[in-house]
Design a protein around this ligand. Structure first.
Ligand code: G1P
Ligand code: ZN
Length: 544
């Protein structure tokens, strides 16, 4: 087999966003487009030559083709061994697990996370570093810079490999190992959680659960772990077959996109426990009977109960949450006497804190929860943690969360998204807020008095790197907050995210409907940012 150098049309440079490079499939299919980005990875990650690489994706349309392209390029660039998930499948947390377990020089994940898949939909690629985590900005910037420079890429003249047969094959001098995508990850989960206690829960016959894999990558993982290893009734996993177009769904586990599952938790015969994960398996949604656990509360509850899971029985070192995530976790950290870090939005900001052992658990309001077991958020991990809790405490989801509120107070929480806003209008709205900031402290809006107002900036306590302009924070006396941010992952126009948090200490007022309880704060948020006049929107398009 001959290595071949292909001249490629130079691209303007492909700047990866917070979660790698994400574009329509059509864009990725342009000759040389994917190759340009992949060559930039090999050029900037020198230790991949002679090293090991993990490769897999969420199974969406174009996953298999992209894997063949990358395998040939890995061989031509001198990678000594590539570990590929069978069928080209690897969830994002499983990739992180495998990079760490086999001490590889990194991994390439093919995914556009929760975005729809199909010929007219999204595709994505990202590089994870040897710690198993998403590449930090220095790395992505170097890759980006390189994409603008190169005018050729290296590949091999070789036929496609059979990705569906486990085992080892040679591609040029490179060993390609097709591995079971689930086994290493399932072993890790078994080492962290009490599978025996969970099995008893299912053996009782009275416990009803569904896990919705949304036709995305977690189906095979959930079946192996929940049904085979723990012994949940077959059928507990629904939509468990990964499909290239996710069954034309939107594989994002939230109240808007997992409607069918949510409906199954309602009423007399509602499920006791329901959960879902997204396209690439890093997000999670947790529901009880007639009960939705906000991701912010989930992080706080897991932190307060960590000792129930064998993997965390000795306690946790600290907690981190993204800035817009509610402060419920802060209250737990305070009670435990451990630090709580507030980081900018995006999982990569947790990496240094996890590597340094400063935190054990971390989470984002956007349905992301995780720990130091890998360096990505982990959907199934969160679900298993909850299951472990239900088994250990022998209480319902609602009982556990309500008791938590009694002890710590309730941080009512909601996020209002205004999608596909005209970018200029969105930018102007943020400018308007920035101009208001200095005058806000002390201002009263009804019962709410502003305590502080700023544009969030973060200095990484480990490497000292500084991130500015991370969102506008308006904090009120008593702990309520309004936060405004523009999304970094939206693909159409600008997305304005308004995050609202309302703290209620009084247990007698913990049973209000969320949007109802938060109405005054919602109206303040709209007025302050002049949302309607500036965007023409009277209501958000997505409320979570
Ligand atoms: C969104 C979420 C953020 C998450 C990211 C990647 O980013 O808000 O918490 O880390 O997706 O999953 P955003 O579109 O808000 O920039
Ligand atoms: Zn995801």
């Amino acid at each position: 087999m001959d290595a071949k150098i292909v001249a490629t049309r130079p691209f303007d440079g492909q700047r990866p966003g917070t979660s790698g490079l994400r574009k329509k499939v059509k864009v990725f299919r342009q000759p040389g487009y994917l190759e340009n980005f992949v060559q930039a990875i090999f050029d900037t990650r020198a230790d991949l030559e002679g090293g090991m690489l993990v490769l897999g994706g969420d199974g969406r349309y174009y996953n298999r083709q992209a894997i063949q392209v990358i395998l040939r390029m890995a061989a031509a660039n001198g990678v000594s061994e590539v570990l590929v998930g069978r069928g080209g499948i690897l969830s994002t947390p499983a990739t992180s697990c495998i990079i760490r377990k086999y001490r590889t020089q990194g991994g390439i994940i093919l995914s556009a996370s929760h975005n729809p898949g199909g010929p007219d939909e999204d595709f994505g690629i990202k590089f994870n570093t040897p710690n198993g985590g998403p590449a930090p900005e220095t790395v992505t910037e170097a890759i980006y810079a390189r994409t603008g420079e190169i005018d050729n890429y290296r590949t091999l003249e070789a036929a496609d490999l059979d990705l569906d047969r486990l085992g080892e094959v040679k591609l040029g001098d490179t060993r390609v190992k097709i591995i079971d995508p689930v086994a290493d990850y399932a072993d890790l989960m078994e080492s962290l959680f009490d599978f025996t206690a969970m099995r008893r829960l299912f053996d009782s016959g009275a416990f009803k659960m569904r896990f919705d894999a949304m036709h995305a990558v977690t189906g095979p993982y959930a079946r192996e772990i929940l049904e085979n290893r723990i012994g949940a009734t077959p059928g507990t996993v629904m939509n468990g077959e990964p499909l290239e177009d996710f069954g034309k769904g939107h594989p994002d586990p939230n109240l808007a996109h997992a409607k069918e599952l949510v409906a199954m938790t309602k009423g007399e015969n509602g499920l006791d426990f329901a959960a879902a994960s997204d396209g690439d398996g890093d997000r999670n949604m947790v529901l009880g009977k007639d009960f939705f656990v906000t991701p912010s509360d989930s992080l706080a509850v897991l932190a307060a109960n960590a000792q129930h899971a064998p993997g965390y029985k000795d306690g946790i070192a600290g907690i981190a949450r993204s800035m817009p995530t509610s402060q419920a976790a802060d209250r737990v950290a305070e009670a435990l006497g451990i630090p709580c870090f507030e980081t900018p939005t995006g999982w990569k900001f947790f990496g240094n804190l996890l590597d340094a052992g400063r935190i054990t658990l971390c989470g984002e309001e956007s349905f992301g929860t995780g720990s130091d077991h890998v360096r990505e958020k982990d959907g199934l991990w969160a679900v298993l943690f909850w299951l472990n809790l239900l088994a250990a405490r022998k209480q319902s989801v609602a009982e556990i969360v309500k008791e938590h509120w009694q002890g710590f107070g309730r941080n009512y929480y909601t996020r209002h998204d205004y999608e596909a806003v005209e970018p200029q209008a969105a930018g102007d709205l943020m400018d308007h807020l920035h101009r208001l900031l200095p005058d806000l402290p002390g201002t009263k809006f009804g019962n709410y008095q502003v305590e502080y107002a700023d544009d969030f900036a973060y200095t990484d306590p480990i490497d000292g790197s500084r991130s500015e302009g991370q969102g506008v924070r308006v904090g009120f006396q008593g702990g309520s907050r309004i936060i405004y941010r523009l999304s970094g992952t939206g693909t159409e126009g600008a997305t304005l995210r308004v995050y609202l948090e309302f703290f209620e200490a009084d247990a007698a007022r913990h049973d209000q409907e969320t949007q109802e309880a938060m109405r005054p704060l919602i109206l303040i948020a709209r007025e302050l940012a002049q949302i309607e006049t500036r965007t023409g929107r009277t209501e958000p398009n997505v409320i979570t």
